[in-house]
Design a protein around this ligand. Structure first.
Ligand code: GBH
Length: 469
């Protein structure tokens, strides 16, 4: 059963909801740049206005209260606080905005979980190399310290970086997220490396300077699908799952939770592939040196973003050129028994979350786990009576319950993605994850609760009052 102090939350991210892209001295981010380029986002849409949460925060707060959330996960826009990404210039209006959000939440008895980085790098830092530059780690550390200093008296749950895997792979390998690069087989590993260094430096800062006084907890949000062998009895498929896991979850979880380094399988697969293709030079996967911060142990809890599952078999490379797909040598497939949601990547597999939670318990020494994102998309025609999403949440929450009760996983909280419909990255506003509908054609951007929002509110009130203990 869910304990009385279980965190029942919903999540958002600054770029996806705030708008106000040039308001009150905010600097541009890489997603401003990217979404203003032709052909990047569905229908040439952008985040200039989005849900206009920068001006309409009170409306969001009403939604939060209507759901009865105990926690709200939001992210800070780095470029709204530090327009050029550095401490050269602090934007007081940005500080005021987040102070109000945090104060209002606390006044309503809602605890904030704050993400420092959710995909929206200040453009000024991209111009200096972005996450490919080793200097980014110190710049991020300074930004993190500024946030701990400014908001840490009230914020007790921190996420440094959201989904480093997605930032690295979609931003630098596939080119479908900002900054839109396709430097296959090289840049993503470097970006992931610098993200781990940046995360670890921020964690160490918190640990040495703020923890004692502020008494909070810091982690990074790791996204992972649940992976199963295509054929249960095929050793090849089982090995492919292990490789695929190493290149996704393991890439970030091994350094932080296991041994301060990348999974052996990942290292050897990349080097073998380099050799095979005659790639000269140092390993494409950087190694941690004595000058780097210690990575092991730099998470106070496990933050998991789970959406879906895959079947896996060997294969799926890209021939004679370098690419991450060939390094991984693992092809991800859907099981025909899994219903597909409104988007092709999201097969509905609620039991996957239970399996993944058990795997995390067993592999990473039973950490405290927050499910920091989980959700279900709709594409038009939108249903306010969104029964499929209701089923999805009901089934998923039941699986989380089993993970706690039957498997003994230490799950501390669950955050639905997302509080409201918002800018769904390359899909623009065509894909809706909200518990509230947002009418983007209405100048007032009115928010209307979906049936799934009403049902989630019922679940929360049931457990909050302790009736089901
Ligand atoms: C989360 O990522 C993000 O943190 C959040 O901002 C986002 O709104 C939410 O998902 C819903 O998408 O286009 O076929 O290449 C979840 C992990 C990884 C899932 C990338 C979608 C794209 C697959 N995402 N994936 S594809």
């Amino acid at each position: 059963m869910f304990v009385r102090d279980f965190a029942w939350g919903a999540a958002t991210a600054s770029f996806q909801i705030e708008g106000g892209w040039q308001a009150d001295g905010k600097g541009p981010s890489i997603w401003d740049t990217f979404s203003h380029e032709k052909g990047r986002v569905f229908g040439e849409q952008n985040g200039d206005v989005a849900c206009n949460s920068y001006e309409m925060w009170e409306k969001d707060l009403e939604c939060i209260q209507q759901l009865g959330l105990t926690h709200y996960r939001l992210s800070l826009s780095w470029a709204r606080l530090l327009p050029d990404g550095t401490m050269q210039h602090i934007n007081d209006k940005g500080v005021l905005y987040y102070n109000k959000v945090i104060d209002d939440l606390l006044a309503c008895n809602v605890s904030p979980m704050v993400t420092l980085y959710h995909f929206d790098l200040p453009q000024a830092l991209q111009d200096q190399g972005g996450w490919k530059s080793p200097d980014i780690a110190t710049l991020f550390e300074n930004y993190a310290k500024f946030c701990f200093e400014t908001f840490g008296d009230r914020v007790k749950l921190w996420i440094t970086i959201n989904e480093p895997y997605v930032c690295a792979k979609l931003g630098y390998e596939d080119g479908i997220h900002a900054p839109g690069l396709k430097e296959k087989g090289t840049a993503a590993y470097l970006v992931g490396h610098n993200m781990l260094r940046a995360h670890a430096m921020a964690w160490h800062s918190y640990d040495s300077t703020y923890r004692q006084k502020q008494k909070g907890a810091v982690s990074l949000a790791i996204n992972s699908d649940w992976l199963e062998p295509l054929h249960q009895d095929s050793n090849e498929d089982v090995a492919a799952v292990e490789r695929d896991l190493a290149f996704t979850l393991g890439w970030f979880a091994w350094p932080v939770f296991v041994n301060g380094d990348y999974p052996e399988i990942m290292k050897s697969a990349i080097d073998a592939q380099s050799k095979k293709l005659g790639y000269k030079g140092a390993s494409r996967l950087p190694s941690f040196s004595d000058d780097d911060p210690a990575i092991l142990g730099t998470a106070d809890f496990f933050a998991l973003n789970y959406y879906t599952s895959r079947k896996v078999k060997a294969g799926g490379g890209c021939g004679q050129t370098l690419c991450m797909k060939s390094d991984r040598d693992a092809e991800e497939l859907l099981d025909s028994s899994w219903p597909i949601s409104g988007v092709s990547w999201l097969a509905v597999v609620p039991h996957g979350i239970r399996k993944l939670l058990k795997y995390i318990k067993d592999t990473f020494s039973n950490p405290a786990v927050y499910i920091t994102e989980n959700g279900f998309p709709q594409v038009g025609p939108l249903q306010i009576e969104d029964v499929e999403r209701c089923e999805f949440y009901k089934d998923t929450i039941a699986e989380v319950d089993k993970a706690i009760q039957e498997d003994g996983v230490n799950v501390c909280g669950y955050f639905a993605w997302s509080l409201m419909d918002n800018f769904e990255w390359a899909d623009g506003f065509s894909v809706r994850f909200g518990l509230f509908h947002v009418d983007f054609s209405d100048p007032n951007l009115s928010r209307t609760i979906y049936r799934s929002g009403r049902e989630y509110a019922t679940v929360i009130s049931k457990y909050k009052s302790g009736r089901c203990k």
